[in-house]
Ligand binder design. Structure first.
Ligand SMILES: [Zn+2]
Length: 73
């Protein structure tokens, strides 16, 4: 799913970094400008699917060492 961030970044929304906001809401952070997108334009399973895909891609990007060090779940 491609998107254009207001910072000019063009890419797939699933390539953003999954984060948890202070409110406890899930959001996807733009790797370029740090914009937090709660993906509020998606709902239900479609939204969950985007976060799952983003989490998977994020896990694939960071080395296994970083994975075992940070158990923030
Ligand atoms: Zn951005």
């Amino acid at each position: 799913m491609r998107e254009i961030c207001f910072c000019g970044r063009v890419g797939e929304v699933e390539d953003r970094e999954p984060v948890i906001l202070e409110s406890g809401e899930q959001a996807l952070e733009c790797p370029d400008c740090g914009d937090m997108d709660p993906v509020s334009w998606l709902h239900g399973e479609a939204r969950m699917g985007v976060f799952e895909e983003a989490a998977e891609r994020y896990a694939r990007r960071i080395p296994a060492v970083a994975l075992s060090a940070g158990s923030q779940r």
